[in-house]
Design a protein around this ligand. Sequence first.
Ligand code: KG4
Ligand code: ZN
Length: 339
Amino acid sequence: MNVLGIETSCDETACAVVADGRRIRSNVIASQMAEHARYGGVVPEVASRRHVEQINVVLKRALDDAGIGFDGIGLVAVTNRPGLLGALLVGVSAAKALALALDVPLVGVHHIEAHLYANFISEGASSPPDFPAVALVVSGGHTDLFHVRGHGDYVLLGRTRDDAAGEAFDKCARLMGLAYPGGPAIEQAAREGDPAAVPLPRAWLPGTHEFSFSGLKTAVRRLAQGETPPPTADLAASFQEAVVDVLVGKTLAAARAVGAPRVFLAGGVAANGRLRARMQAACDEAGLPLFYPPPILCTDNAAMIAATGYFHWQAGHVDGLDLDTIASEPLAAGPAASS
Ligand code: KG4
Ligand code: ZN
């Protein structure tokens, strides 16, 4: 069955067609990044307007690329939470119109769950990962560690107390005079730098699976705005290393704590080459298989929305045409609240 995925929660207008939740037939992403770069971050009002302009263009391209017409769609999956409300409304309205007109089921998808499900989209003949796992979701808005016990069965082990990892990349890039989005800009600058050149703090928060990046950001600000700032490449490499050290160390500690036999990595920051390499080395050493999506499926896309919608539909979860949009909703509760 062909699932149409629609994603408009932030600054990417994206539509994709995914067969049976795993095989990508098309994956179209219209990014507004260049426009928001002028402001150094996403401007919600601008994002909504661009989604309105782009949604039908992107939808048509996704169908054309997949070689199907409207009658080839069997299910519509759309991000309805969490995200910018005005932006979410564009995708959800389009999805409802399609589901009604085509008389096919509609599934509302949680954006963070979809980042996890990017790991289930096949590359070649690979089989989907098994459960249970520990999953690190690192994006512009989230740094969450989950114990993933099965499809739709998550326990939140810990999250950031302040900035998300992606937010730290974006804010620190700005302090270093690098472009938005900061993640790719810092990764690029760091290639020429020494990760040990600038001593920077790491918040280990022992005894918890939580994160904090605000102290690191303050340290970068002090150095970047000081009398003799370090070379940008060294500061970028040292900052990236500090973030990666903590992300890798705490993910492995969480996997040990819950006895998870595998690790999933997901979200925009999971596109970072240094994080992928260091996480791979640590998982190899611990004997834990590691799964991460190709970079294009780490950052926001609609293929992951279609994949998630398919698994929900299979489990019998579909939504009505009264599907709402929700600005903020955790994917899962912590251990105390779960059974
Ligand atoms: O998942 P995503 O596309 O959108 C959200 O749901 O937030 O993540 C975007 C975040 C941005 O903060 C961006 O700077 C970061 O992911 N990012 C990266 C890289 N590519 C994107 N961070 C580090 N290294 C990268 N290569
Ligand atoms: Zn995202």
